[in-house]
Design a binder for this molecule. Structure first.
Ligand code: NA7
Length: 536
């Protein structure tokens, strides 16, 4: 840490967040000789894996690639117990990373960034927090995450309920006593589906309040067999290489066939093959799933059939079948047991479209059709995704320009990495980058490496400021929208569009043109003297 007495900022870089993104960023910048500090709202490292401790929390990408690639030694030494690891193991991994690379002493924990103001004269950011002294930094790097700002649901009369209320993304660290209880859950997105499957056999009664049915895909989770671990270790270089060049940041080949080019028998055989592979591989069955309504419908019909075969009560099966969106165009939850859970005697499904919530009493949730007695209510109601964490902070750039105002009608950024009017601010997996539609650790490493290269270049040139130009930023923002518009995503209502937050401008916040293409574009920008940016 430098003295701030002579207009020099205290740090070269301050990184906000200490999850997957923040930990790697802090490590990388420090390794390159920058003075760097981390700020973290939570009491320890982990980011989403620190907060989302609900039963059944698990990653939806397999752990051998939902992990860092930057250290051969780390990669060699860490063994995953499950193919899709659960939250406690992922959190242990991130703690191991923090210790192994000695990051913890450089992070200020339990500290929330309230404001970040840029000073044009000195070319530095001044950061102030909910407590503790302010900091100054040349560069501000957001590693605040895409799904970290909880969206408090507007549910009529919730304050009248006197039982326990839990949110999946703010789960108590010492767990929740659910055994034998009458538990209700609102929300059937990825978090709700995982928690429902995990607690159904543990609680006395489970009432699932569903507003929108989702397509749930199995992952066929199980132990990472020793032979598979050995195979992964032997092929890690190729696996990682594939991640960095693929469409989704995952090591799978692109689809070979378009569904609409194939006869029905062959389509079904391919769907069965990819269903057996499970997880996001399922969406690699055909190349036209996300672009042709008829192709998507082939896949929907296959999953509909599975739901009807699995859920014994036909009325419940029909309620669980999505009616309002193409498969994959809302984030598909992934779970092996979800549909089977509804065959249990102690589980019931309530359709909130047919009987909306009208209020609560001290011990019941009341719908238009009746009362449901509950001891505990779990809210799995999601996040103000992609932009929420950034806009929760008072960020002001050049001339006091407020990010909230600049993004009032939707996010604008160049490559999801930086924003015009906000010099020396970098976003890791920011709005309009591939972010949540790429494997996050891969997307994070690609972004941090790009930022690190950029900071080295600025240091070498003795430059003070970098900032996107407005024109290229508008071009990128429009391009992201155009690419999404050419897919079936355009028809969906989801947090990808901000549709879950009342008043949020409708904008597809993720680049769906392919992670590999995106990484190429970032490389080209750097190689062409940071084309699209201005450097002072
Ligand atoms: P999601 O995917 O946003 O799911 C939230 C769920 O909560 C979804 O089923 C919503 O129904 C439901 N919801 C939200 N507000 C209400 C109200 N007021 N009443 C009834 N139901 C409501 O969040 P998750 O935490 O599951 O997943 C987020 C991501 O985190 C996930 O994709 C992973 O990447 C990790 P709706 O569909 O809006 O009708």
């Amino acid at each position: 840490m430098n003295s701030s007495a002579n207009d020099q900022p205290q740090y070269d870089v301050v990184v906000i967040g200490a999850g997957f993104a923040g930990l790697y960023a802090l490590h990388r910048f420090r390794e390159l000789g920058f003075s760097a500090a981390g700020i973290e709202k939570g009491g320890d490292v982990g980011g989403v894996w620190y907060w989302n401790r609900y039963p059944g929390a698990r990653c939806d990408c397999e752990s051998y690639y939902y992990s860092y690639s930057f250290s051969q030694e780390l990669q060699r030494d860490w063994r995953w117990s499950l193919r899709y690891s659960e939250q406690p193991e992922i959190l242990r991994y991130l703690n191991h990373v923090a210790d192994r690379f000695d990051l913890r002493p450089h992070i200020r924990f339990s500290t929330t960034l309230r404001a970040a103001h840029f000073d044009e004269t000195s070319g530095t950011w001044t950061l102030s927090f909910d407590h503790g002294p302010p900091l100054t930094a040349r560069y501000l790097v957001s590693a605040m995450g895409c799904l970290s700002e909880i969206k408090t649901p507007d549910i009529a009369g919730l304050d009248d309920f006197r039982g326990e209320i839990l949110h999946t993304a703010a789960w108590p660290h010492d767990g929740a006593a659910l055994n034998g209880k009458r538990v209700g859950i609102i929300g059937t997105g990825a978090s709700g589906v995982q928690v429902i499957s995990r607690i159904a056999s543990q609680v006395g009664e489970l009432t699932v309040f569903q507003r929108t049915a989702n397509w749930v895909i199995p992952v066929w989770n199980g132990p990472m067999a020793e032979e598979f671990q050995d195979w992964v270790q032997a092929h890690y270089a190729a696996i990682r290489q594939r991640c960095f060049t693929s469409t989704g940041g995952v090591p799978f080949p692109s689809p070979e066939h378009a569904a609409l080019d194939l006869p029905e028998a062959q389509r079904t055989a391919i769907l069965e093959e990819f269903w057996a592979k499970g997880g996001i591989r399922f969406f690699s069955a055909f190349s036209d799933i996300f672009t042709r309504h008829e192709a998507n419908e082939v896949v929907c019909a296959f999953v509909r059939d599975y739901i009807r075969r699995t859920v014994r009560n036909p009325a419940v099966a029909e309620m669980l079948i999505p009616k309002d969106h193409h498969i994959g165009t809302k984030r598909p939850p992934m779970d092996d047991d979800y549909y089977k859970v509804f065959n249990r005697q102690n589980v019931r499904l309530v359709d909130l479209r047919a009987e909306p919530i009208v209020g609560f009493t001290s011990d019941s949730l009341i719908t238009s059709s009746g009362a449901y007695g509950l001891d505990t209510l779990i809210l799995a109601t999601g996040f103000d995704a992609l932009t929420g964490a950034l806009l929760a902070v008072d960020i002001c750039g050049r001339g006091g320009l407020s990010l909230r105002e600049v993004w009032a009608n939707g996010a604008r950024s160049l490559l999801g990495l930086a924003v015009a009017g906000f010099p020396n601010l970098f976003l890791i997996t920011g709005p309009l980058s591939p972010s949540v539609l790429a494997n996050m650790p891969t997307a994070i490493e690609q972004h941090v490496n790009w930022i690190a290269d950029c900071l080295q270049e600025l240091r070498a040139r003795g430059a003070r400021m970098i900032e996107p130009l407005a024109g290229p930023q508008e071009d990128w923002t429009r391009h992201v929208a155009d690419v999404a518009e050419a897919t079936l995503y355009r028809d969906s209502r989801s947090w990808y569009f901000g549709s879950n937050v009342p008043g949020k401008p409708r904008q597809f916040g993720v680049y769906v043109g392919g992670f590999g293409n995106y990484a190429d574009k970032c490389r080209q920008v750097a190689a062409s003297n940071y084309d699209g940016f201005t450097i002072d």
